[in-house]
Ligand binder design. Structure first.
Ligand SMILES: [Fe+2]
Ligand SMILES: [Fe+2]
Length: 173
């Protein structure tokens, strides 16, 4: 799907982000709690921070190209999995991880950062249609599709680690 969007939009993605992207998420990614996501494994050897940055950056590019609120997409994308535990080991909450982590992420994100309604919707609805309530904004739909694409790329090991590494380097990680 993202490949289709990429080809339709003729996107050539350079994993050296522009200054605008850095400005969109710099306050979030500089925070020590966001950085702690580096210690939680997400898919295979990809950390939760790496996955979130990957989702954030692709969502930013696609939303920018589509004339949507790319800043909220970048910020919501970065915080969409801000649940702060390693789901492979266990979780401090009752319920299945797939169903509960969007609400946990939203609760955590709201504790540390000020969120607008699009960012809140992105975080809360990113597992749709697993979680029943559909997204309210186009940006949320972009992020949830990008999330599924990135997760798949990570699981089947098609993600190019050097691309994510290049992205992280821009933030001194
Ligand atoms: Fe998630
Ligand atoms: Fe995710």
């Amino acid at each position: 799907m993202v490949q289709l969007i990429k080809s339709k939009l003729r996107l050539k993605i350079d994993f050296k982000p522009d200054e605008e992207y850095v400005d969109c998420i710099n306050d979030l990614i500089s925070h020590e709690v966001t950085r702690s996501m580096e210690y939680y494994k997400h898919h295979r050897d990809v950390s939760c921070l790496e996955h979130s940055l990957y989702v954030s950056y692709l969502s930013y590019i696609i939303c920018k190209k589509l004339g949507l609120d790319y800043r909220s997409a970048a910020r919501g994308g970065l915080l969409h999995d801000f649940y702060l535990y390693d789901w492979h080991i266990g979780k401090p909450y009752k319920g299945l991880h797939g169903f509960i982590h969007p609400d946990v992420a939203l609760q955590n994100a709201g504790k540390y950062f000020s969120l607008n309604s699009i960012e809140r919707d992105i975080i809360k609805k990113h597992m749709w249609p697993l979680t029943l309530r559909p997204p309210k904004y186009k940006e949320s739909f972009v992020v949830l599709m990008v999330d599924k694409y990135c997760a798949l790329m990570e699981i089947i090991k098609l993600v190019r680690r050097e691309k994510i590494k290049k992205l992280k380097e821009n933030f001194g990680i």
